[in-house]
Design a protein around this ligand. Structure first.
Ligand code: SF4
Length: 419
């Protein structure tokens, strides 16, 4: 038997047909460690925590399950093995306020009843020096308890750059307790070349920025909170300016909704013309609703899977990175109820289990001063990524969508020698 580990080597494989693996076949039992098995155009794809492998039909049962010998070989080659976590993942909201007024923001508490750009939000707070002291004391204790040596900080908000001093001070002082690197999720409207340079000098390696479709859609949706003003050109200009001043890498998230869907093809080309694709990863995400009343009528069926695949291919062809699909992962922060590998801290020092509940009253799971509350008090508040999102479709439809898009991407990466 040969198993072609796509992560390591590119051995040619002979393809056959999977007998009897039609849509009516019973679903096979889930694989351990979040591993997935997908039926590609010409072969099967195994996605495990240890990497991606290309399999023959003879490694898989007619129902689409791994045969025991193939599973044993994958175990032996470490494909089911999850890597050791060595860095503590610390997310800090340096400001809970934001200068934009996106209607779908999960930190809104409702829609703007006047139809404008000021949806009500979570309460305002701002990271101070005293709270940084408490956060870093808490982080040191958590890292010692978990035996972790490194620190990976996420500068988060609201808009983190509404408090640039808090961002800089946090990174500067974090380096005193552990080797620190950082990334940031920012709307990039306030990012200047000099601020980017200072943050990069303190360990910032990458920034995630969102686009709400092509320029005209984006400028209708992702608008200034105070004046409803357009932001597309400013964001692109700021990213280009920061690129010139630093080595920062960029993750450009493209929000997909019924309002942005038709402009995404043009957006990809526009971004490729304005930015250096070699420094950018592009990803597409259908926007959901965490209960703030944002309506997205786009379903995960119909033309959506094919559109996602078309966008990913175009992005790759233009030189962007599109991340390789992988196994289902447990989030290092919210996936462990004792906060062993990371924490989400709001600007006032309260702890949440997940980004989506940070800064929301009634969702606190402790404070950095006193640590986590006892498990029996946090059980109902310990939610994980995506738990709060509401969809009109069931989990199987969402999983089928993801499998279809990921399979097409793996096929294309392989076809074009990128795997
Ligand atoms: S920029 Fe981000 S934090 Fe600000 S309103 Fe939009 S989604 Fe929310």
């Amino acid at each position: 038997m040969s198993i072609d580990q796509a992560v390591n080597v590119g051995l040619p494989v002979t393809i056959g047909r999977a007998p009897g693996s039609g849509p009516g076949a019973p679903a096979p039992a889930p694989l351990p460690s979040g591993a997935r098995l997908l039926k590609g155009e010409r072969n099967w794809w195994f996605l495990g925590p240890g990497g991606v492998a290309r399999l023959h039909d003879r490694h898989v049962t007619p129902e689409g399950a791994l045969l025991p010998d193939a599973e044993r070989r994958l175990h032996e080659s470490g494909m089911f093995t999850t890597g050791r976590i060595s860095a503590y993942a610390l997310t800090v909201l340096t400001s809970t306020h934001c200068n934009l007024g996106c209607g779908y923001c999960f930190q809104n508490t409702a829609q703007d009843q006047a139809g404008g750009s000021r949806p009500p939000r979570i309460g305002r707070s701002r990271l101070t020096s005293d709270t940084i002291t408490e956060i870093l004391g808490f982080t040191e204790r958590q890292m010692a308890a978990g035996g972790l040596e490194k620190l990976r900080v996420l500068l988060f908000g609201g808009e983190p750059l509404l408090n640039p001093r808090g961002c800089l001070e946090l990174l500067e002082r974090a380096a005193d307790i552990a080797p620190t690197s950082a990334w940031m999720i920012s709307n990039a409207t306030l990012l200047t070349p000099s601020l980017a340079r200072r943050l990069a000098g303190l360990g910032l390696t990458s920034v995630q920025v969102t686009f709400d479709g092509d320029r005209s859609d984006h400028d209708r949706i992702r608008v200034g909170r105070a004046d409803g003003g357009a932001t597309f050109d400013r964001i692109v200009g700021n990213i280009a300016g920061a690129c010139g001043a630093t080595e920062l890498q960029w993750t450009l998230r493209v929000n997909v909704s019924q309002e942005t869907f038709h402009g995404v093809d043009a957006l990809i080309d526009r971004l490729a013309g304005a930015l250096d694709p070699a420094r950018c990863t592009l990803y597409f995400a259908r926007i959901g609703d965490v209960g703030v009343g944002y309506a997205n009528s786009l379903l995960h069926t119909g033309e959506l899977p094919a559109a996602f695949s078309r966008w990913q291919r175009r992005a790759l062809d233009l030189g962007f990175t599109v991340s390789r699909p992988g196994a289902r992962k447990t989030c290092v922060t919210c996936g462990h109820t004792d906060g062993r590998y990371g924490a989400v801290v709001s600007a006032d020092g309260t702890l949440a289990s997940c980004w989506e509940t940070a800064g929301k009253p009634d969702w606190e799971v402790g404070t950095v001063a006193d640590g986590y509350l006892p498990g029996e008090r946090t059980r109902d508040r310990w939610i994980a990524c995506q738990d709060l999102y509401r969809y009109d479709e069931d989990a199987r439809t969402l999983a089928r969508f993801r499998d279809r898009v990921d399979t097409a991407l793996l096929d294309y990466l392989h076809e074009t020698g990128r795997l």
